[in-house]
Design a protein around this ligand. Structure first.
Ligand code: ADP
Ligand code: ADP
Length: 228
């Protein structure tokens, strides 16, 4: 059963000499509990693809289906974590994590339980009353991940979430992300230009090429030796 199914996806942008094709005939299939990475060189359309799946940008053609429903704009069935921190600076860590739950008018006790659970997952229990401005980059991304997971989205969409971090923090975040996936099996669609990162994290990789036609390729993930 597909969680995200993309078929015949086409995107063009207006250019000086007519429309420019950003991608054509892209097909991806994300099954429930998959951790799928999209890799490819800079400019091949990875971000555009993810923004379209997020409903933040309109496709020029093709279909994007989330659990049998064609998407029409953004929705809370998709959690998002982007490269730049999108936390609300005037809310504490805990308030940020509870934000979506509050919107849904979830009873305060249940919000508390979910916040506790994800604060523990991201190992920031001691920082629950701090503000984003007081946190390091890695910590802010951990809060962004917790906030997205707290809403129990059908799929977590991540666009180069660790690219802006220093190498040590990045490695820590990759380890944490893999731990989260092994323990909770969220369905993840993750965009990165870092092939090592993709191999480390995912069970399925799609390569988006920048050649004319932008044809996708699905490639098997070769397990690194240190994988269990
Ligand atoms: P990636 O994330 O793989 O680096 P992008 O999705 O950012 O690639 O971009 C894919 C292609 O579409 C690039 O050639 C880029 O220049 C073009 N593009 C992206 N956004 C726009 C836009 N708003 N207007 C025109 N061209 C765009
Ligand atoms: P991360 O913990 O996300 O890898 P750093 O490597 O920058 O980020 O931080 C290492 C540790 O330093 C953190 O786990 C935390 O204990 C502490 N720390 C970082 N920023 C702050 C802060 N603003 N206030 C208190 N402690 C901090």
């Amino acid at each position: 059963n597909s969680t995200v199914y993309v078929k015949g996806l086409y995107k063009e942008y207006p250019g000086k000499k007519g429309a420019v094709t950003a991608m054509k005939d892209v097909e991806i299939n994300v099954l429930e509990n998959d951790f799928v990475c999209i890799v490819g060189p800079s400019g091949c359309g990875k971000s555009t693809l993810l923004r379209m799946v997020a409903g933040l940008e309109e496709a020029s053609g093709g279909r994007i289906v989330i659990e049998d429903n064609d998407i029409i704009g953004p929705g809370e069935d998709r959690g998002m974590v982007f490269q730049s921190y999108t936390l609300f600076p005037w809310m504490t860590v805990e308030e940020n994590i509870k934000f979506g739950l509050k919107l849904k008018k979830m009873p305060e006790g249940e919000q508390e339980k979910i916040a506790d659970k994800y604060l523990k997952t991201i190992k920031l229990e001691k920082f629950r009353n701090r503000y984003p401005g007081e946190l390091s980059g890695g910590m802010k991304q951990r809060v962004a991940i917790a906030r997205a997971l707290a809403n129990s989205p059908r799929v977590l969409l991540m666009d180069e979430p660790f690219s802006a971090l220093d190498p040590q923090t990045k490695a820590d975040m990759q380890l944490l992300m893999r731990q989260i996936w092994q323990e909770e099996k969220p369905t993840v669609l993750f965009v990165t230009h870092d092939i090592e990162e993709a191999v480390f994290l995912s069970n399925k990789i799609y390569v988006l090429t920048s050649r004319p036609g932008r044809v996708k390729r699905e490639v098997p993930v070769l397990l690194p030796y240190h994988r269990e």
